[in-house]
Design a protein around this ligand. Structure first.
Ligand code: HPA
Length: 270
């Protein structure tokens, strides 16, 4: 795996400004966030050596190189989900690549179902912590100390200083920001009412099918992480209705300009 990542990074390095320290993962329906990026180039995943290729509807697969908030960034437009059949190494391959390219800050977005009964569809939740319920750990197997420690600390998975900045910015832009714990599950089925209730009881505010493996690997690699969920449906007793992928995408689309504003302002000010 080490050799492959080195090859991927060596192939990409000449195309990315050396001072680039910020990486972004654009989740479901958030690909449009790319519109705020002043794009220098977009490399389809299939052209990048050893990169997995994205298959899900609504996930364009390309690595965007450009600037956001006047800072150089690289952004993954489209991510790899465990439920698609990728291994955990493939799911987190882009994060390792970013680490090898010198990325220090990782911004992550996703769509999620809200279990907190104060949440509404279209709300943005700042992820303060997560619960990993994936059936497999992304760091299982041989540890590469070049990347990080065998037993990485997870006492502050989401950077407190960046959270504070995001909270201030949301307030000053008049964007309602919810805060909470993200539960990461494998999917691809949405939750049953009993499962939403269970995730609420164990301390979750929102549930989704991504982010946790990427954040674990990013933290293993020492990156500072800021992540947001767009609440696209509700797993709250009495409010649970049938959910489709299209509903999720539509709700995410509507909320994403607010999230774009926050992310851009954080990058500008950090
Ligand atoms: N559950 C899991 N993943 C999701 C949901 C949900 O309700 N909404 C969007 N992604």
């Amino acid at each position: 795996m080490l050799d492959k990542i080195r090859e991927t990074a060596s192939w990409l390095r000449p195309q990315i400004p050396a001072e680039t320290e910020t990486g972004i993962i654009l989740g479901t329906g958030l690909g449009e966030l790319a519109k705020s990026i002043s794009i220098k180039s977009a490399i389809p995943y299939e052209n990048i050596p050893h990169f997995p290729v994205s298959t899900v509807e609504g996930h364009l697969g390309s690595l965007i190189i450009g600037t956001l908030g006047d800072r150089p960034v690289i952004a993954m437009q489209g991510r790899f989900h465990y439920y698609e059949g990728y291994s955990m190494q493939q799911v987190t391959y882009p994060v390792r690549t970013m680490q090898s390219l010198g990325i220090k800050y990782l911004f992550v977005s996703n769509a999620a179902g809200g279990m907190n009964n104060t949440f509404d569809i279209g709300d943005i939740m700042l992820i303060e912590d997560h619960i990993n319920l994936f059936p497999e750990h992304p760091l299982r197997g041989k540890n590469f100390t070049q990347f990080g420690a065998r037993f990485p600390d997870m006492s502050e998975p989401y950077d407190r200083e960046l959270q504070r900045l995001a909270t201030d910015i949301a307030r000053s832009h008049g964007v309602k920001l919810q805060h909470g714990v993200y539960v990461g599950t494998q999917g691809p089925s949405f939750e049953t009412p009993a499962e939403y209730n269970f995730f609420r009881i164990i301390g979750g505010d929102a549930v989704g099918m991504s982010t946790v493996p990427e954040v674990i690997v990013a933290r293993h690699g020492g990156m500072r992480v800021l992540a947001f969920s767009i609440i696209t449906d509700l797993g709250v007793a009495g409010k649970i209705i049938e959910v489709t992928h299209e509903d999720v995408q539509k709700a995410a689309m509507e909320a994403q300009p607010k999230l774009a504003t926050i992310i851009e302002a954080v990058i500008k000010r950090m």
